[in-house]
Design a protein around this ligand. Structure first.
Ligand SMILES: Nc1nc2c(ncn2[C@@H]2O[C@H](COP(=O)(O)OP(=O)(O)OP(=O)(O)O)[C@@H](O)[C@H]2O)c(=O)[nH]1
Ligand SMILES: [Mg+2]
Length: 471
């Protein structure tokens, strides 16, 4: 029997509570490497206040143990031998009103890597353990402060590549997506309760064949389909628009890439066949992240290295969200250009007529109904228009309240949708309450995978392993 349908999983709503609670106290440097004005060292766990108290002497004489929660104190941090390590601010955030839900202490020190390391060492020799990557956030998750979608939002916020991605991530942390999911979950739970009542009290509660429930479940399905339909947008906003520059050799693809990046990232030479491998780099245009790939020029070269490069160009072009088809406007079209045009037909694309600083010799009739932009990668004239066209083609529209941003989320929601469809079909076919309950639990299970209640540990660990230490 599929273990997801096993009645033992009835307790799925509480499975997070039974997950092992972490009982030791962890410490880490929470700020980035290198010299900065301020650096933060953070402690979380049952011993956090005691350990910090032993090493911190406030100027006012107030002990951290007695300090008011969320109130900064100024003082000195000492090592266990009493030697002064730094002058710093300390703040206690008592459970459950903290990021992790545990007692948390933060030291705001001088932002020197040497100072921060010394403070961390003192905390560890006083009984704290060095935190694993993402362990603070993991504790927040285990303690119910954040669900898994919010955790992913925290990660997306840290690694946001664009303003749009930041807006989406911060709403995810705030719970906009979780809220949408929770509403669906509550409806499913209410339906399940009804089903169970009809099993337990068959005389009093009729089996749910009513239109009311069908409508409710259809409503959920609509919301799910809406989320799934918009998911590609969320993924594109988060990951960046996969944009591939294609064109025949020497038209100025690498020059254009460098112009868009405002840095000489790719090698440019007058020799045809300069770029052999795909070169990737990210940039932000008008708040939207683009992942640019410069590729080897399309040619009928017999050089094996170049041919391999061209094979890779074709493969990358096929996967792209957006193609920039680059043409040399100072020369008549060649056969290879026509091949490039055929590539553009497969994807959303912009025709870029490069070298607009030179006399025009290209015949543009062939581009008639396409989106065409004239630029010079050397003088950068027309670059604004190209960037505007790229943002338009990206079709990210107005920022949405909440969107799925990861294939993992899409997978869990698709599975939920399938299970909800099965329930609806079951209701229509007049299936017994027992059968309906099984499909409903399956739907709730998959919804729980999304928010973390029923997500397999390997996937949870995978998500946290991508966090940095101290977060
Ligand atoms: N006048 C002028 N020359 C350009 C422009 N863009 C590129 N070039 C020149 O064209 C030549 C080829 O430029 P690349 O950027 O290497 O062209 P590519 O398409 O990447 O070439 P491959 O990697 O060989 O396929 C270089 O000599 C550039 O300086 C432009 O806008 N105007
Ligand atoms: Mg090149």
């Amino acid at each position: 029997m599929n273990n997801k349908k096993d009645p033992a999983f009835r307790g799925l709503f509480t499975s997070r509570d039974v997950r092992t609670m972490l009982t030791d106290t962890i410490a880490a440097i929470a700020t980035g490497f290198g010299v900065a004005a301020v650096g933060v060292v953070r402690l979380s766990g049952p011993e956090a206040v005691d350990i910090a108290d032993r090493l911190f002497h406030s100027r006012s004489g107030i002990r951290l143990k007695e300090a008011e929660s969320h109130r900064m104190l100024y003082g000195t941090i000492v090592d266990p031998g009493g030697g002064i390590l730094d002058q710093a601010l300390a703040v206690v955030m008592r459970a459950p009103r903290s990021y992790t839900g545990e007692d948390v202490v933060e030291f705001h020190c001088h932002g020197s890597p040497v100072v921060l390391r010394a403070v961390l060492t003192a905390l560890i020799s006083s009984g704290a353990r060095s935190a694993d990557p993402g362990e603070f956030t993991k504790r927040a998750f285990v303690n119910g402060k954040l669900d898994l979608v919010q955790v992913e939002g925290v990660s997306d916020l840290l690694y946001a590549r664009s303003e749009r991605a930041r807006q989406l991530a911060v709403r995810q942390v705030e719970g906009a997506l979780s809220q949408r999911i929770e509403t669906m979950r509550q409806t499913l739970i209410a339906f399940l309760a009804h089903v169970h009542a009809s099993i337990d009290y068959p005389d009093e509660v009729p089996e749910p064949t009513s239109q009311h429930w069908s409508e409710c479940l259809q409503g959920i399905l609509q919301q799910i389909d809406q989320l799934l339909a918009e998911a590609q947008l969320g993924i594109r906003v988060r990951d960046g628009i996969d944009t591939v520059l294609v064109g025949r050799a020497n038209v100025g693809k690498s020059s254009l890439m460098n112009a868009l990046l405002r840095t000489p990232r790719a090698i440019v030479t007058p020799v045809a066949g300069t770029t052999r491998d795909v070169i990737e780099e990210s940039c932000e245009i008008a708040g939207v992240a683009f992942r640019l790939s410069d590729t080897a020029g399309i040619s009928n070269s017999s050089d094996p290295v170049e041919r391999e490069g061209i094979r890779r160009t074709r493969r990358r072009a096929a996967e792209a969200d957006l193609l920039l088809g680059v043409f040399d406007a100072s020369e008549p079209l060649r056969d290879e250009d026509l091949e490039v045009l055929r590539l553009l037909d497969q994807q959303k694309s912009i025709v870029v007529l490069n070298k607009s600083d030179l006399p025009r010799r290209i015949d543009t009739e062939i581009f008639d109904d396409r989106r065409v932009v004239s630029v010079s990668a050397i003088t950068c004239v027309g670059l604004d228009a190209l960037e505007k066209a790229m943002v338009e083609a990206a079709e990210v529209g107005e920022p949405k309240e909440s969107l799925l941003t990861r294939p993992r989320q899409v997978g869990a929601l698709r599975a939920t949708a399938q299970a909800v469809r099965d329930v609806i079909l079951g209701v229509e076919q007049g299936l017994t309450a027992d059968c309906l309950a099984v499909d409903l639990e399956e739907a709730l299970w998959h919804l729980g995978e999304l928010t973390g209640e029923t997500t397999p540990d390997e996937i949870i660990n995978e998500i946290f392993s991508r966090f940095c230490v101290g977060k």
